[in-house]
Ligand binder design. Structure first.
Ligand SMILES: *Cc1c(COP(=O)(O)O)cnc(C)c1O
Length: 335
């Protein structure tokens, strides 16, 4: 369906204002009032960049975009139990919306996930299943269990991207139905990157905007499988990174992510640990309390500004710092 401005619910100030543009079953809408996050200008040296405040979602990250849409669809189809795996934030989102929908859920997480995220998931009432091993081992355990249960995966289930595409709709609307020139996003599993691409492409193909922005995907240098795929490197080393939310060694949609970046004439960049810490300090010193993973994207913006000369830039704060205060304290050594 074409994106149609007349079909927007103008009095709904959540992402559900775009309900008519979401391809899902929606007899029950499970909402916590998410979306329409502020888009505010921030000065990066000489350049103004619009930063979407995606840390201000009900559970503290933009993953709520996907969760509200996916769980609404599941609830409309009578799902009563579901499973999901996550390195933290996606689990928080699915657990919160499942609680609202009164759907029971099992969330598989790697044992080393931040305590605050684990606490949040279990306080929502989800069954927490800690997997000894990597993020990949966790995904395998969930995939196995999904043979018998509804799999509310932010990675495999395409309904999640139906939700994250609203990121693009909101940006376009907040810029008076203009597409920005450049959009800088994290590139872990690509749920935001792909949603943004789908959304901006939809607006462009519907004649609402005049282009698809150049998408810049950011990976941590310590875990950069897309770069390895792009450059055909087979043997590689991966070490840990403070950007736990994008520490995805084998992204399921890797090729789709590379295609979205190249179709939009975008870029793939990596940032090292020191650059992430510097960006984190820089944001928090200005009053923006974000998690270390979010700082990786901001470090990426600083780098991308050296490569691209376009005028209108958009990026985001992907997750709230309050969940990771312990880590932030260690990194900034201010306390
Ligand atoms: C999930 C997440 C990311 C990375 O998103 P992907 O969809 O895996 O690319 C970045 N920042 C935060 C805070 C997240 O929760």
């Amino acid at each position: 369906m074409h994106f149609n401005l007349d079909l927007i619910h103008k009095n709904d100030f959540s992402l559900w204002r775009y309900e008519m543009m979401l391809s899902i079953s929606k007899s029950s809408i499970i909402t916590l009032g998410e979306g329409m996050t502020p888009l505010i200008p921030l000065a990066f040296h000489q350049k103004q960049v619009w930063v979407k405040q995606e840390q201000l979602f009900p559970t503290g990250s933009y993953k709520d975009r996907g969760a509200t849409v996916l769980i609404s669809d599941a609830a409309s189809n009578g799902v009563r139990h579901e499973i999901q795996d996550s390195s933290g934030n996606a689990g928080c989102s699915i657990a919160a919306y499942a609680a609202k929908a009164e759907i029971s859920c099992d969330i598989y997480v790697p044992v080393q996930t931040s305590e605050a995220k684990l606490a949040q998931i279990s306080h929502y009432g989800a069954n927490l299943i800690k997997v000894n091993g990597s993020r990949e081992a966790t995904a395998e355990a969930a995939l196995e269990a999904s043979k018998h249960h509804y799999y509310a995966s932010h990675v495999y289930n395409p309904l999640f991207l139906e939700g994250t595409k609203t990121f693009a709709y909101e940006i376009a609307e907040q810029l008076n139905w203009k597409a920005p020139d450049v959009v800088v996003v994290p590139a872990g599993n690509g749920t935001l990157l792909l949603g943004a691409y789908i959304g901006f492409k939809h607006l462009f193909e519907s004649g609402i905007t005049n282009k698809i922005p150049r998408l810049v995907g950011i990976q941590a240098a310590n875990c950069a499988p897309l770069i390895q795929l792009q450059q055909n490197i087979n043997t590689f080393m991966q070490t840990s990174t403070i950007a736990e939310g994008i520490a995805i060694a084998k992204p399921h949609r890797a090729q789709e992510m590379l295609d979205a970046i190249s179709n939009s004439n975008g870029l793939l960049l990596t940032v090292n640990e020191q650059e992430i810490i510097d960006a984190l300090k820089w944001c928090i010193n200005q009053g923006y309390y974000i998690e270390p993973t979010s700082a990786a994207t901001i470090a990426g913006v600083r780098k991308a500004l050296n490569y691209l000369e376009e005028d209108t830039w958009v990026t985001l704060f992907s997750g709230h710092g309050l969940k990771t205060s312990d880590t932030i304290t260690k990194l900034l050594k201010t306390v």
